[in-house]
Design a protein. Structure first.
Ligand code: UDP
Length: 347
């Protein structure tokens, strides 16, 4: 069950799109049967997708903590779960990638177990509450990316930590980069792009920007505030092209304002041999190996980013690729996920 905030391939879903795509690919490779249920317009050349029409959900990060749960008329989320209800007997487990209240609430009403892959940290009180009650009533069914993400919920002890994985054969190791730095992600306030732009301006090195302009007015504001910064907006690229461009960069700056649940872009960079300069926030603290595969910087400190950039020569790009191979291969992720499903099936 895909995210209801955008069709697969649109980029609106952020890292969860890649997580779902990679997990589904690995499960098929292992001989499991599956179908992906996703909003109409979803595209994939290799995965079976059941397209569901309806109105998209509003992303949780665009809402306030105390906001009530919103469901639009002809909700794609409701339509997706109506479909799931009808076909549930054909499956051993339903995997939910929506960060939304409804699928969690529906857990006790389904006969087939639901594994909830929670893709963000705590954002909305009503969602926290339902995550916590499902975690207690249905042990092991709440999966998270990282311990830091789990720690934002009161049920951290009950969460199952999955990390993430990539098809490393798609990401090529690039030993000799150009001078450019990179920033990759949804262009939206919680991602803190302006700090990376400010650091690039201070140090005078080109910053290549990759990602969907999810919040256009936010992007325009950055352009107005930093008219002379050496930035180059490349666009939202498919993975194969993204890794080619990314690999040629000296480092990726990861500058979130929120508690980043994981940071897919961080492990994609490592897979190409690209060091990380990241704020010490959320899942990034569990990914960056300080001084070995990158540097963790005091959150919201542009000067900290600048200082870290000066030390980039100390990082061995081979060590970055090595970390991705050890921890973030699709096989490693597949093993962790199958173990998770087994635990849920034993409930
Ligand atoms: N991404 C992409 N093309 C781009 C820029 C980004 O496919 O040009 C993808 C990237 O591969 C990653 C996702 O966007 O999977 C961003 O995920 P992340 O976990 O870093 O942040 P989120 O958007 O989920 O908060």
């Amino acid at each position: 069950m895909s995210t209801p905030i955008g069709s697969l391939g649109s980029g609106l879903g952020g890292g969860v799109e890649l997580t779902l795509y990679n997990l589904a690919t690995e499960m098929l490779r292992r001989g499991h049967q599956l179908e992906i249920v996703a909003p109409q317009g979803s595209i994939s050349s290799s995965l079976p997708i059941k397209q569901i029409p309806g109105e998209l959900q509003i992303p949780a990060q665009n809402q306030t903590r105390t906001e009530p749960i919103l469901i639009p008329k002809n909700s794609v989320l409701a339509n997706m779960w109506d479909y799931a209800r009808q076909v549930q007997a054909d499956y051993d487990v339903i995997v939910n990638f929506a960060y939304d209240w409804l699928p969690l609430y529906l857990t006790p009403f389904f006969n087939t177990p639901i594994a909830h892959f929670i893709s963000m940290g705590s954002l909305i009180d009503a969602i926290d509450e339902i995550i916590e009650s499902v975690a207690i009533e249905f042990p092991n069914t709440i999966g998270v990316y990282t311990q830091s993400q789990a720690a934002t919920f009161s049920c951290a002890e009950q969460c199952y930590c999955l990390l993430n994985g990539l098809d490393l054969s798609i990401y090529q190791f690039c030993p000799k980069p150009t001078q450019s730095l990179a920033w990759v992600g949804r262009i939206a306030p919680e991602k803190g792009l302006e700090d990376a732009v400010a650091a690039a301006e201070i140090i005078g090195i080109t910053l290549k920007i990759f990602g969907l302009k999810q919040d256009v007015s936010y992007w325009e504001k950055i352009c107005q505030e930093y008219p002379n910064a050496p930035i180059e907006y490349v666009g939202f690229l498919p993975t194969v092209e993204l890794q080619k461009e990314l690999g040629q960069c000296r480092a990726v700056l990861v500058t979130p304002r929120w508690i980043e649940a994981f940071g897919n872009v961080a492990i994609e960079a490592l897979a190409c041999g690209v060091p990380l300069i990241a704020y010490r926030r959320g899942g990034l603290t569990e990914i960056v190996q300080e001084g070995k595969t990158g540097f963790l910087v005091e959150p919201d400190s542009v000067q900290g980013l600048v200082e870290a950039i000066k030390h980039l020569d100390e990082i061995d790009r081979q060590a970055c690729r090595q970390q991705a191979e050890t921890l973030y291969s699709l096989e490693a992720m597949g093993d962790r996920t199958e173990e998770w499903f087994q635990k849920i099936l034993k409930n």
